[in-house]
Design a protein around this ligand. Structure first.
Ligand code: COA
Length: 253
């Protein structure tokens, strides 16, 4: 349970709304846990055929709460792993609505969604190297496969954001809309999917997504990510964010 994740079911569709707009919907451990519980419930319930992941406010999510990452660097726990595994293993259609910022896992989770609707104001970015980290959620495999190595490397290292229109051009999203309409477009798609045979939808998704190599890549990424989270360079990146200054990686690996 988290007050920052709203879950509802109606007409065969479960909506999971990330709801922490005052922190740009940054994801805490409790929020990941709530989303994992929601996905488990959606998988088990016959009255849920499709899941929509959206948000309240102007942003989708700015990714992992960097305060939580800073705690992991000091020996705490990262609960993002449970969530990215759950989303990769989820067998029913996943539809996303992205009104604004989608940073880090906010962008990489979209690679596990089957339909993605973005606002013109959407800004997708995954600047892992700038935080002294590495890509996660199998994005080191899925993003270059989707958009090519050069673009993916640029996103991971230079941190170049993808606009709403760019997301459609690159094949990361289905459609771009004026802000506010992306959730309506996602809901309309969900309503259509919810009227179809759930067996056919799940079989189609299973044929299109090869989960085993994705989970294997996540495992490899996870081992490196955990090590990097505890590195002096990552600690510097998180401290710099909290102190609202640019990081200084001089002499740090
Ligand atoms: N973790 C923790 N807090 C976050 C956050 C995150 N990922 N993203 C935003 N916030 C918080 C800010 O600390 C701020 O809190 P405050 O009002 O208590 O100071 C609030 O949300 C608003 O964000 P702010 O940074 O003031 O907005 P901005 O428009 O100036 O900048 C970003 C927006 C996205 C550029 C900036 O918030 C950012 O870089 N966030 C971190 C993104 C990131 O690196 N995510 C992890 C990827 S692995």
């Amino acid at each position: 349970m988290s007050e920052h994740v709203k879950v509802s079911v109606d007409g065969g569709v479960m909506e999971i709304l990330i709801d922490r707009p005052e922190k740009k919907n940054a994801l805490t451990n409790a929020m990941y846990d709530a989303m994992v519980d929601a996905l488990a419930s959606a998988a088990a319930r016959d009255d849920v055929r499709v899941v929509l992941i959206g948000s309240t406010g102007e942003d989708f999510t700015t990714g992992n709460d960097l305060n939580d990452f800073a705690k992991v660097a000091m020996g705490g726990e990262a609960r993002a792993w449970g969530f990215i595994q759950a989303i990769a293993k989820f067998e029913k259609p996943l539809v996303a609505a992205v009104p604004g910022l989608a940073v880090g896992v906010g962008m990489t989770m979209l690679l596990h969604c089957d339909l993605v609707y973005v606002a013109q104001e959407a800004k997708l970015s995954a600047p892992f190297a700038q935080l002294a980290l590495v890509p996660e959620a199998a994005s080191s495999m899925l993003l270059p496969a989707r958009i090519g190595h050069a673009k993916a490397f640029e996103i991971f290292t230079l941190g170049t954001p993808v606009t709403g229109e760019g997301a459609v051009v690159l094949g990361l999203a289905n459609a771009v809309t004026p802000r506010g309409d992306e959730i309506r477009a996602a809901r309309a798609a969900c309503a259509k999917l919810a009227k179809q045979s759930v067996g056919a939808l799940m079989a189609t998704k299973a044929l299109m997504r090869d989960t085993a190599p994705v989970l294997e890549r996540m495992q490899r990424e996870g081992e490196i990510f955990q090590r990097r989270l505890k590195s002096a360079a990552a600690r510097e990146a998180f401290t710099a964010f909290l102190e609202r200054r640019a990081p200084d990686f001089e002499g740090l690996d």
